[in-house]
Design a protein around this ligand. Sequence first.
Ligand code: ZN
Length: 296
Amino acid sequence: MSGRFSNLFSNVIALTLMLGSTTAAIGQSGQSKKVFIITDMEGVDGIFNSELQCNPLQSPRFEESRKLLTGEINAAVDGLLEGGATEVVVWDGHDGSKTLSTLDIHPKARLLMGTPVSSTLELNSSYNAVVFIGQHAMAGAEKGVLSHSYSSDAVQNIWVNNKPVGEIGARVMLAGTFGIPVVMLSGDAAACKEIHQLVPQAECAEVKQGVSRTAAFSLSHPAACSLIREKARRAMERLAEFKPYRTSRPVEVKVQLTPKGTASLDPAPGVEQLDERTWVFRGKDIIEAWLKYSSF
Ligand SMILES: [Zn+2]
């Protein structure tokens, strides 16, 4: 084979491979729509007790919880694909990222599992939408089932520019800095209320209603899954209506810890302390300010 011919030949192969991978990621509308699913466990149907159900290494009902969460995620992936998503990445976001399995995760999704991942959850501007599945409300939320903000032991309250936030708020703001809108959430009524305060048009699958922090009226698992599938499909169909959340700049993250959390905090020199248990972290944007405190 002459040098010129083999060059031409390898160029054709390279072009074919490139086109192949591009078409794989593009839907019928001709547009790539990539979705990142943030998963957690406390907001899943049937979950009401952390000790009994949510601890990966100790809870007697953990395997049942893992199946419930997996079922909800797979229902969401089905709905997202029906609504036009071309690629779905699922992040195993509950307690140390050791819950989900490639044995039974949706065959069309890719699973991001294990630690450490980047402090901004491996997000980047190639994604078109973020979705929460199994999400709980922030610490102290009224009738929020297993409500907490990152750590029930350590965190009492968090505010960003004086607005109370938990995991939902912080991650809506994180996605916003990458230009990604949050379009859907599944969780309890308190989590739905929380996302609607930031993203009023978000689709919400309310799979349970808290009676107290550790009791709830829950849908059955099949009913929860069909609701999630429907809401996920609607969210993708309505994608053009969503805009990324904008946090005004500069940003101030104020964190009030519990007495136990206070004992274990080791803030960098120069971080402002407001009172015995409250610290302030500042930055030009939410990422800079938040990362002075913790990862997302
Ligand atoms: Zn959580």
